[in-house]
Design a protein around this ligand. Structure first.
Ligand code: FMN
Length: 194
């Protein structure tokens, strides 16, 4: 039996093969099954394929690195945008993920705890998408390397919402890698007491 938790990995090499629309809908349906605070379901998805995807990658190509994020400035990670651009160009589909309830827009003032709760559940919905894609033998990549174009993307695709991430989907030729993970001894703070 397929172990989707073991099999899921970040894919960065995509081959030219179309994902059936039905599979995309199954992936979004899996996302919508995630838990959320007060069942608010704060996620919204914008699906980019074909010409729409090309418009998006072109917007990214032209504007990337113009407004570096703080972490980019600190860690000098500019080069990863180059590979992200190529990955997004080769992926069959890109899904932009938004929070529909950003506190600044809903309450006219920032409420970090409200935002944290909503964003947690959006993270869960993204993970559901990745796991469903794995089940369907579709490769995926969770992407935040688009953030130097944060305002532009937010404004163009869903200005009432808050951009959270992008997900690239496509059939992949990547080989399966061993998962490189910290041991349970490192991750469970009080393992000695169990
Ligand atoms: C919030 C988040 C943002 C990420 N952004 C990127 C990204 O922009 N580009 C990229 O190549 N990988 C990105 N990743 C993938 C991670 O690099 C990857 O999950 C990690 O290295 C573990 O590898 P695995 O997914 O194969 O288990 C991101 C993952 C998360 C959860």
């Amino acid at each position: 039996m397929k172990d989707i938790f073991e099999d899921r990995q970040s894919n960065r090499v995509f081959i030219k093969k179309e994902i059936p629309k039905q599979y995309l809908l199954e992936i979004i349906n899996a996302a919508s099954k995630a838990p959320s605070p007060k069942n608010r379901q704060p996620w919204r998805f914008y699906i980019l394929r074909d010409d729409d995807k090309s418009d998006f990658t072109e917007l990214f190509r032209i504007n990337r690195s113009r407004k570096p994020t703080l972490s980019q400035r600190k860690l000098n990670e500019f080069n990863s945008e180059e590979s992200t651009y190529k990955i997004m160009k080769d992926a069959d589909t890109l899904i932009l993920v938004f929070n529909i309830f950003p506190s600044e827009k809903i309450f006219k003032s920032k409420d970090s705890l409200f935002d944290i709760a909503n964003i947690q559940s959006i993270g869960a919905s993204i993970e559901n998408m990745l796991l469903k894609a794995t089940e369907l033998d579709i490769g995926s990549l969770w992407i935040c390397d688009i953030f130097s174009c944060y305002d532009l993307i937010n404004e163009k695709y869903f200005k009432e919402g808050q951009l959270i991430a992008a997900v690239a989907l496509g059939y992949t030729s990547d080989i399966k890698l061993q998962k490189n993970r910290k041991s349970l001894y490192e991750t469970i703070l009080n393992i000695q007491e169990l």
